[in-house]
Design a protein around this ligand. Sequence first.
Ligand SMILES: *[C@@H]1O[C@H](CO)[C@@H](O)[C@H](O)[C@H]1NC(C)=O
Ligand SMILES: *[C@@H]1O[C@H](CO)[C@@H](O)[C@H](O)[C@H]1NC(C)=O
Ligand SMILES: *[C@@H]1O[C@H](CO)[C@@H](O)[C@H](O)[C@H]1NC(C)=O
Ligand SMILES: *[C@@H]1O[C@H](CO)[C@@H](O)[C@H](O)[C@H]1NC(C)=O
Ligand SMILES: *[C@@H]1O[C@H](CO)[C@@H](O)[C@H](O)[C@H]1NC(C)=O
Ligand SMILES: [Zn+2]
Length: 950
Amino acid sequence: MGKGFYISRPLGFVLCGLGIVAMLTIFSLSVVYTKEKRKNQVTAINETGMVTTAAPHTTPAPSNEPWDKYRLPDTLLPEYYNVTLWPRLVPDEQGMYIFTGTSGVALTCIKETNLIIIHSNKLNYTLTLENHHAKLTGLGGTSAPAILKTWFQTQTQFMVILLNEKLEVGKSYWLYMEFRGELSDDLAGFYRSQYTENGVKKVVATTQMQATAARNAFPCFDEPSMKAVFHLTLQHPPETVALANGMELGTESITIEDKKLLQTRFKPTEKMSTYLLAFVISEFTKIQSSEKTNIRIWGRKEAIESGQGDYALNVTFPILKYFENYYNTTYPLSKSDQVALPDFAAGAMENWGLVTYREQSLFYDPKESSNGDKEWVVTVIAHELAHMWFGNLVTMRWWNDLWLNEGFASYVSYLGADYAEPTWNIKDLMVLQQVQRAFAVDALVSSHPLSSREDEVITPDQISQLFDTITYSKGAAVLRMLSEFLTESVFAKGLHVCLKGLGLTTVADADSRIQLPASIKEIMNRWILQMGYPVVTIDTRTGNISQQHFLIHPEAVVEKPSDYNYEWFVPITWMKSGSNMGQHWLLTKTALYEPMKTGTDWLLANLNVMGYYRVNYDPQNWERLLTQLTTDHKVIPVLNRGQIIDDAFNLARAQIINITLALRTTKYLLKEKEYIPWESAIRNLQYFFLMFDRTEVYGPLQTYLRRNVQPLFDHFQNITSNWTQKPPRYMDQSNQINAISMACRTGVKGCSELTRMWYRQWMKNPDSNPIPPNLKNTVYCNAIAAGGVEEWDFGWQMFKKSTIAAEAEKLLYGLSCTKEPWLLNRYLEFTIDPKQVRKQDAAFAIVYISGNVIGQPLVWDFVRAKWEQITKDYDDGSFFFGRLIQGITKKFSTEFELKQLQRLKEDIAASSFSFGTQAIEQAIEKTKANIKWVSKNKAQVMNWLTEQST
Ligand SMILES: *[C@@H]1O[C@H](CO)[C@@H](O)[C@H](O)[C@H]1NC(C)=O
Ligand SMILES: *[C@@H]1O[C@H](CO)[C@@H](O)[C@H](O)[C@H]1NC(C)=O
Ligand SMILES: *[C@@H]1O[C@H](CO)[C@@H](O)[C@H](O)[C@H]1NC(C)=O
Ligand SMILES: *[C@@H]1O[C@H](CO)[C@@H](O)[C@H](O)[C@H]1NC(C)=O
Ligand SMILES: *[C@@H]1O[C@H](CO)[C@@H](O)[C@H](O)[C@H]1NC(C)=O
Ligand SMILES: [Zn+2]
């Protein structure tokens, strides 16, 4: 099979180890971002649990006409396209930005038909002499039937061509069309992006085809398995450069309609899916490497010239080399372009040979960006480059297997990033960033299985909903588990075979060192075809182990049936008192396994959190683990120290263990210096702050945490020579942020002074910011909180002046931290004045202010008072209001607040504004759940915390 084949056997999915390779696509992380945020919102909101909301699927009206179905018929296959496009980078007389184009496609008939159905969306066509929208001719001496009629099905996004005779099986035809479309700013299809350079407005024409927008750029068979070769030609203004998937073949000057233009032709692409096409016309400049593969980083002149693309260029070559080796397949193309776009919906997009990014996913500024920013850049690049093989070379047959594509790229992005930054230990971060993140969403009954049935994913809406946390993060977590129990080398070997078209199963079955209790398919189906995951309970007194579907809300009722009864084949790894490792498969609901009986030893299961499950123990074993943590925590692997905390807090929320047991897992933090356990604890304690920062629990909570974080703060003061140096280890650099933010938050002596000192130095010399980029967020917040109007006004000026998005965002947050009600009120007024705060940031700013305990009631009054104005000015649909309502009500946990919410709901119902009602419903649900949680746990938490300080 040649390059770019897709696995068409229906079982391809299973064969290639579960599909390890029948993959597909991806969007990039990016979309993940926007989409996921949206989704999280919905899911997170229904904390009661139960359910929620997958957006309603619009099912097509039943019809037997082929053009009313969303899927293409199986009668025709495209072989290659010749496409020429001319985008106008200035508006026409009507003020519209347009593009014109011509497209021909060679198609082969594989089943007799007198219909040609091809995707086309929002395009207008030039009529031929015969008054049709297309011309059909035969190729290779064949004669073509005449066109009787052409028309458009807007719902299914098809152009339909009815012929007077049937096309012949085995014969090829040439379908040719001329069309025009709008180069709009909707971030999909062929679209425009804008920026200003030296006061001059610049327009970029660029694309985002995934998942279903190639049809907005030119008529095409827009399904992932309809792979073809694309010959592309772009016509563009003289001062611009044109890029596409293939390398430029040459550029010539031409004149059309009296306009002097350049015409650039590109090397034909590999045989590939339409969603991976890309072209960019811009005044961007580039840096490039001299290595063998042509690696080029493109972006705004100012950004590239100031070195913001250097880091991307530095890491791209090693990552490509790493993946060539990992996949045992050379990089399939002769060049690799990566472009940063000022306007981009997703995080990045793995177009084959021309990867597109939003600026903050590709650009890195050593002086301004934080570690987090850098880590984002290297993992996004690794994710997209991983797709150059997995996803692009081999592609999912249909979108229902998206998880394989995205989960895989998300998993191996850590391997690639680790190769580029070997000192970071970045692979460990998968536990926080992927596993725990998936755990959170997948513990709701509203979750869904990794894989969907093909017929459940049909419409563009259904397809785009697949780009969610389950697809990316659970996909990564489950593949990580598979790679662990197969061993990385068998996993990789399986992958090579897959890339060459065979199955992973074969490799593992042939490797006698791998002992599995069942076939890979039997094991994996349980993780792929049913939603959720188990909590495994180990009773070390008896050796009994059992599993149970873990649900965060104890009263939740699972309505979706599962063929596997919500039981899994669970690979359990374990250690006893620091040695004696073992592995055991739990294949049934309960089992007796003698070696798990431990006597006086402690037992720890799920080593390094390689398995996608939580663990609970009998009370005695919990006690022994807690004792071990407080005596010598280092005996327990660092990832498990974080996981013990995360499991305990979640088991407590699910009412499986007591809340005080969860709190007790944090006691040993007095001695902990590592990032991962601290980060786990802080994330879990966040809910305690939300619920209790306005109650009598707050004092004891502060006292307890202050005592715990004091040694960490001292430790960092020490290893940084009194805050003058960066800690040498990457993980420590991350944890230093936690040390300072927790210390300042809980009032550790010296913390506030430190942040104010830095900030004052900056105020004295605004052109030279002395604050380490990693610490800016927390320093801005704390210094502004401790300061007055002067500090605030300075921060505001810097915000207005900032030209770096990441920096502006940090200030936007810092400004919300002041304790002065009048400053907060003034800031609130600014947030809804687009001259002061860009509309896209308004909701974030308001939500930040409501995270401030003094700001919270101000925001609530403000939003209710300005509801009409806000709904009028920010009517970008429910997204804005969803974020706003969810953000400003997250602390709500009293009957009084519940009543106010209900009142708001009635007021809105009585007004003419319908925005936000769904978000308010959800906030009401969530507030009820919070009230319940607080009433159940508050006294216990209070008692426990009080005991700790005596
Ligand atoms: C399509 O373009 C290629 C490359 O320019 C050319 O060789 C070929 O003849 C074109 N095909 C048709 C049918 O026009
Ligand atoms: C396509 O035609 C419709 C209807 O005439 C028109 O409203 C639209 O502006 C046209 N689009 C372009 C890009 O010309
Ligand atoms: C890129 O690599 C060069 C050469 O190793 C190095 O000097 C430079 O600091 C690196 N740039 C970034 C932003 O990492
Ligand atoms: C693939 O593996 C073989 C055997 O280890 C090796 O000789 C070959 O160079 C590898 N190919 C690539 C492209 O890495
Ligand atoms: C949350 O789940 C509950 C229980 O199924 C349901 O009744 C309620 O409508 C859901 N709320 C939202 C906002 O979806
Ligand atoms: Zn991806």
